[in-house]
Design a protein around this ligand. Structure first.
Ligand SMILES: [Zn+2]
Length: 364
């Protein structure tokens, strides 16, 4: 048994407390200093938190190994001839699968339990990632993309039977008719619809909200009024501040927080960045301070550890209490100001997995 004295960050908020673990499961939670003594129990100090989720990746381009060109978003990632799509075309499936596997292994080692991936290359792309993820040790939700335009109903149906949803480059890249068809097919299949929005330039919210997507990505160029519309629609947004910074842009996270936009964090293209949520958290915090628009650390902590589980429809994975589905991690940092510590100082080296402590497996 292990008892962590310190702080808890979960669906119910941020508070001081202790958590007792048996294996990896939570068996008791209480106020600081009130735990009964258990013989042979190991005690550690730290912050107990649900495992982070990487809310937006493109693992398919993880095979890139050299510095990307200093180019515009369009030159880098727009279909069909952007740098990314040429990279995907020129890399063999086995090399792509190996690179995706390495990226997933890294995420698992860094404590990430689940990644939400936009997979290009149609049904073969979805299948390649699904196979690569089999032994990765983390869950991957795959958002595939139909290749045929005009849409082919057989391709869309096949994609939806194997993917977790559809992830589009942007609403404005599709005709209104195709968008409606894709949205209706997602609903009928019980799958989710996600898309990039207002990344390199502002789009009218009606463009991307019209089809009632489940997830928007970026909103870098959204105005406060746009963000209010997004919040009122109840749509969750994945932000990727390091990726945006490469192109000289920044999501206004202070406004996201002030307005109350449901927000999760992603690392975007694997050819540009390591898929590390810890790095993303620190960059979000520091870049917001640098811009003179500080974002509360509590908002970022919630975006990394809590909101994704709510968005996935699995709130019990984010509630640290006996009998829930939560398999929390422990970060060995001072617990006095847990959100600030998690956002600015946490790295994968400070993670302890309570389930492995009794078995002398590698800890922090
Ligand atoms: Zn993206």
């Amino acid at each position: 048994m292990v008892r962590v004295e310190g702080a808890i960050v979960d669906l119910d908020g941020i508070r001081a407390g202790y958590v007792r673990f048996e294996g990896g499961a939570v068996v008791e939670v209480g106020s600081p200093g009130t735990a009964s003594r258990q013989p042979g129990e190991r005690r550690i100090r730290g912050i107990v938190v649900p495992p982070p989720v990487n809310g937006h990746t493109h693992l398919g381009d993880a095979s890139a190994t050299v510095e990307p060109p200093n180019a515009t978003v369009a030159e880098m990632v727009e279909p069909p001839n952007g740098f990314k799509f040429r990279l995907l075309r020129d890399t063999s499936p086995s090399r792509k699968a190996a690179a995706m596997r390495r990226a997933m292994t890294r995420m698992r080692r860094e404590g990430i339990a689940l990644a939400v991936d936009f997979r290009e290359e149609g049904l073969p792309g979805v299948r390649l990632l699904r196979r690569a993820a089999t032994s990765a040790g983390l869950e991957v939700q795959i958002f595939g993309r139909p290749l045929a335009r005009p849409l082919e109903s057989t391709e869309l149906a096949a994609l939806l039977s194997e993917a977790d949803g559809i992830g589009l480059s942007a609403a404005r890249d599709e005709s209104a008719g195709d968008l409606d068809t894709i949205a209706a097919a997602c609903r009928a299949a019980g799958k989710r619809l996600a898309m990039h929005a207002s990344e390199a330039e502002r789009e009218e919210p009606s463009t991307y909200l019209r089809t009632k997507p489940d997830l928007l990505v970026h909103l870098t160029c959204a105005t406060p009024a746009d963000l209010q519309e997004v919040r009122d629609s109840g749509t969750t947004v994945a932000v990727c501040a390091r990726s945006n910074a490469l192109f000289g842009r920044r999501p206004n996270l202070a406004e996201f927080s002030r307005i109350g936009v449901p927000t999760i964090l992603g690392t975007d293209n694997a050819m540009l960045h390591a898929p590390s949520i810890w790095r993303e958290l620190e960059f979000d915090y520091v870049s917001s301070r640098l811009a003179g628009a500080p974002v509360p650390a509590e908002f970022l902590a919630r975006a990394a550890f809590v909101e994704p589980w709510r968005w996935l429809g699995r709130p019990s994975f984010a509630r640290i209490a006996p009998g829930t589905d939560a398999r929390p991690i422990v970060v060995r940092l001072p617990p006095e100001d847990p959100a600030y510590q998690l956002v600015t100082r946490a790295t994968e080296h400070l993670i302890v997995r309570p389930g492995s402590l009794g078995r002398r497996e590698p800890g922090p």
